[in-house]
Design a binder for this molecule. Structure first.
Ligand SMILES: [Zn+2]
Length: 48
């Protein structure tokens, strides 16, 4: 069973930040839901 978690991402093109489900151990190509750019950066170190 795959473990999914919500992780924060930011688009490098338009600056849009959003949460998306990620499957642990899987590297999926992402695209911005706003501008469709694939320059997406995984934000880390923002634990609540
Ligand atoms: Zn974007």
């Amino acid at each position: 069973m795959a473990t999914t978690t919500m992780a924060p991402f930011r688009c490098m093109m338009c600056g849009h930040e959003y949460q998306e489900k990620v499957v642990q151990g899987e590297d999926v190509e992402r695209s911005c839901p706003k501008c469709r750019s694939n320059s997406i950066r995984h934000l880390k170190g923002t634990k609540k």
